[in-house]
Design a protein around this ligand. Structure first.
Ligand code: ADE
Ligand code: ZN
Length: 328
């Protein structure tokens, strides 16, 4: 249709993408064989992997996502993982991407911070030259490991500051409110990092308030549960705090039902800065254009809304104003 055509040709920024969540089953097996760790992945075949990607909650996904990471060991592994994502992003007309990585997932397995970061940044640099994609890296703290481990990770990252644009907060949400990480985010701000946090994915609207008030984030990742709190929605609209929404992720993890999707459209029309992203596309069945297309089809979005979403992706990005201007 015309809408799908429009989605495929519009340049866009992707702002919520876990690089570990782009590990396609084929690459998972290839790296497992190369690194002699086939025994570390709980599957015998590609079919078995795909059958396992049937989730009922955030945690049921995270368990498999962390298990898959066991195959990522060398700098070259991280390079190939990131490069594969960038080629797919280029095919979806992504011209700027801000990717998350989870250093603690790798350091806990004995893979140094520098190994993961260097593989990722080498691919990003190559993409700038060969695919015309600009990028930033955002390192995320795993909230289930608590604030002390997050603080140690931030300290470990300081020597690599020039390669890291911002800090984020991800993993299991319920029981790990943003306020626990206030001190870590305070230091990160002092060190010049931008800040984002997953909030209101499975957790309540209250966690979104905490991310705004305690962590002083520049963007909220997901944030769909904000819909349950009218005064929060009013605040986010007025402050133009962006939400990086991931529709296929929310559907796969059973985060929301149809009613919430419709409210999202109302908020978009009211001027909330909503953006569309793919989260963990290898696990949720689609890269960024598939996420736009899913929303367009389920909501019957008009061309004007598609334009608005594409524009919001640049407004919400950490690009300099000068570069941003070129796209909006
Ligand atoms: N890590 C990777 N994907 C995530 C998500 N959707 N929510 C929380 N943590 C994550
Ligand atoms: Zn996410």
């Amino acid at each position: 249709s015309d809408i799908l055509q429009l989605i495929s040709v519009l340049p866009k920024a992707e702002l919520h993408l876990h690089i570990e969540g782009t590990l396609e089953p084929e690459l998972m097996f290839e790296l497992a064989a190369r690194n002699n760790v086939l025994d570390k992945i709980p599957y015998e075949s590609l079919e078995e992997v795909r059958a396992a990607y049937n989730f009922h909650s955030l945690q049921s996904f995270l368990d498999l996502y962390y298990a898959g990471c066991a195959v990522l060991i060398t700098e070259q592994d991280f390079y190939e993982l990131t490069w594969a994502y960038l080629e797919r992003a280029a095919a979806d007309k992504v011209v700027h991407t801000e990717i998350f990585f989870d250093p603690q997932t790798h350091s806990a397995r004995g893979v140094p911070f520098a190994t993961a970061l260097q593989g990722i940044t080498r691919a990003l640099k190559n993409a700038e030259a060969k695919l015309g994609i600009s990028s930033h890296v955002i390192m995320c703290f795993l909230r289930h490991l608590g604030p002390e481990s997050a603080m140690a990770t931030l300290q470990e990252a300081l020597p690599f500051k020039e390669h890291i644009k911002g800090v984020g907060l991800d993993s299991s949400e319920l029981g790990f409110p943003p306020s626990l990480f206030q001190e870590v985010f305070q230091l990160a701000a002092k060190e010049g990092f931008k800040a984002v946090a997953h909030a209101g994915e499975e957790g309540p609207a209250e966690y979104v308030w905490e991310a705004v008030q305690h962590l002083k984030v520049d963007r909220i990742d997901h944030g769909v549960k904000s819909i349950e709190d009218a005064s929060l929605c009013a605040h986010l609209s007025k402050a133009q705090t962006p939400l990086t929404v991931c529709p296929l992720s929310n559907v796969k993890l059973k985060v929301y039902d149809g009613e919430l999707v419709e409210k999202l459209q109302v908020l978009l029309k009211q001027g909330m800065c909503i953006t569309i992203n793919s989260d963990d596309p290898a696990y949720f069945g689609g890269y960024v254009n598939a996420n736009y297309a899913f929303l367009a089809e389920s909501l019957g979005l008009d061309a004007e809304s598609i334009y608005q979403l594409h524009k919001n992706s640049f407004v919400a990005s950490f690009l300099s104003d000068e570069v941003r201007e070129k796209y909006i």
